[in-house]
Design a protein around this ligand. Structure first.
Ligand code: ACO
Length: 428
């Protein structure tokens, strides 16, 4: 294959290098485009064809349904690793040995106290506030309570910032839920594993001993692993671009949380459940909603279907579908919502509208069903996604800063008014 691409603009030929990644993906390096063409840019709203960076963290092939973190398949990681090992792998590039993992966990635990004054900020939110807004605000507020800036050239500084946020974030996650439910705020239990501790902080009742449920721990561990990174999606790109101005780690993460909130991204898991509930309330007629999804004059979309990059199947959805059946079976949950979900899935997989557009169930089609069976309230679903995505965001932020990437600043094609004289107010 040639190692260059040739572009002809106004009869003049320009050559651009082709860059090949380790999985033989090819990119045209257009860094010199504006200079050599005297001002011509590429236009790609939604970045469907645009690579924003080189990255060695996550590989995915949407056509083949492949997802790998640092070269390890998601299937193997979901089966054999735990969430903290995966977090370490994503952030530092290699699986930890036992000693490294123990130290990592101990360091995270030593940073898991959130300044008590953060509770005052939390108190000021109305109970009706969406937990994602609260989580984004509190994550940003942590900057004020831990003001030391990160010297990205110091491994120690970087490490400290990472364990600090990994320690404090689950506390904030639990607090957003407890606040909404009027429960006293917990600080967690140092004797527990990372995921066990999250569940205890969320669910411990003030007047009862907490009993750990291994089914829930394993299910949450798997869900968090499946959500831990997904290369340059909307929230991750937001984290990278925010950090590219040299804004700190915590505020970059806060920006990512806001981006994740939207129903076309992380908010989809909440939207799926709300959609399934609405179908149930409306008599459970899945065909009616299939027709609505296909009707171009109707804004309704089948939430949990389709993906920007997976155009055959979402490998995470395959793993999670099996997990959903297991968890519901183990917990003895009979959920009519699951029957509606299965009905929709079957119809969509056979329907030419969905088949032609390669619209398959994505990870969030099933994750909400598991969260619901675990007793996690619907408005917390996207917060759980954020908890899972945290190591991925951290890894991507760290990579971006360590590679000394330039500030993210896209161009535009201006289509507004050309120069016109000012009209004074009495003449308008
Ligand atoms: N229901 C009905 N039709 C759909 C759906 C859907 N869920 N998704 C896409 N389509 C149709 C579009 O109307 C469009 O049809 P057209 O070609 O006739 O105009 C075609 O499929 C392509 O859709 P786009 O929106 O161009 O695809 P894009 O790659 O931009 O969007 C997205 C991907 C945002 C995920 C979309 O499929 C969607 O809105 N899905 C529902 C929301 C959802 O589940 N989001 C979670 C994503 S996974 C995650 O963030 C973890």
């Amino acid at each position: 294959m040639s190692d260059k691409a040739i572009l002809e603009v106004n009869g003049e030929k320009h050559e651009f290098p082709l860059i090949t990644g380790t999985e033989n993906e090819v990119a045209i390096d257009v860094k010199a485009l504006r200079g050599s063409t005297k001002g011509v840019i590429t236009l790609d709203p939604g970045y469907k064809n645009t690579g924003s960076c080189e990255s060695a963290i996550t590989f995915l092939d949407g056509e083949k349904g492949i997802l790998r973190y640092r070269g390890y398949s998601i299937e193997e990681l979901a089966e054999k690793a735990d969430f903290l090992e995966v977090a370490y792998l994503l952030i530092f590039g290699e699986l930890p040995n036992q000693e490294q993992l123990d130290k990592f966990h101990a360091d995270i635990k030593s940073h898991s106290i959130v300044d008590d004054d953060v509770k005052k900020i939390l108190d000021a939110f109305p109970k009706a506030a969406h937990p994602m807004g609260v989580l984004s605000s509190l994550t940003s507020a942590l900057t004020a309570f831990n003001p030391s800036s990160v010297n990205v050239d110091s491994e120690e500084d970087m490490y400290n910032a990472i364990v600090r946020i990994l320690g404090k974030f689950p506390v904030l996650v639990a607090w957003t839920m407890r606040k909404k439910h009027g429960l006293p705020l917990e600080y967690g239990d140092d004797s527990l594993g990372y995921v066990e501790n999250v569940l205890k902080m969320m669910f411990k009742s003030p007047n009862k001993d907490y009993e750990q449920n291994d089914i829930l721990v394993n299910a949450l561990d798997k869900l968090l692993i499946l959500h831990a990174d997904h290369e340059q999606n909307c929230s991750t790109s937001t984290v990278r671009i925010t950090g590219s101005s040299h804004a700190g780690l915590f505020v970059s993460l806060s920006a990512g949380i806001s981006a994740l909130w939207g129903p076309l991204h992380g908010g989809a898991n909440q939207a799926v459940l709300e959609m399934l509930e609405a179908i149930k309330e409306d008599g459970g007629d899945t065909k009616k909603y299939m027709a609505k999804a296909k009707d171009k004059s109707d804004p309704f979309r089948l939430m949990g279907f389709g993906h920007r990059v997976y155009k055959n199947f979402d490998p995470r959805a395959k793993i999670i579908k099996v997990a959903a059946d297991e968890v519901l079976g183990d917990l003895g949950v009979e959920d009519p919502i699951l029957d509606i979900a299965k009905g929709l899935e079957k119809e969509a997989l056979e329907d030419p509208y969905f088949v032609d557009r390669k619209l398959y169930p994505n990870v969030d089609f099933y994750s909400g069903i598991i969260y619901r069976a675990m007793g996690i309230p619907v408005e917390m679903f996207t917060v759980m996604f954020a908890l899972g995505r945290l190591p991925g965001w951290i890894a991507q932020w760290k990579e971006m800063r360590m590679r000394k990437e330039p500030i993210g600043r896209p161009r535009q094609l201006y289509t507004g008014e050309t120069l016109r004289p000012f009209t004074s107010i009495e003449n308008r």
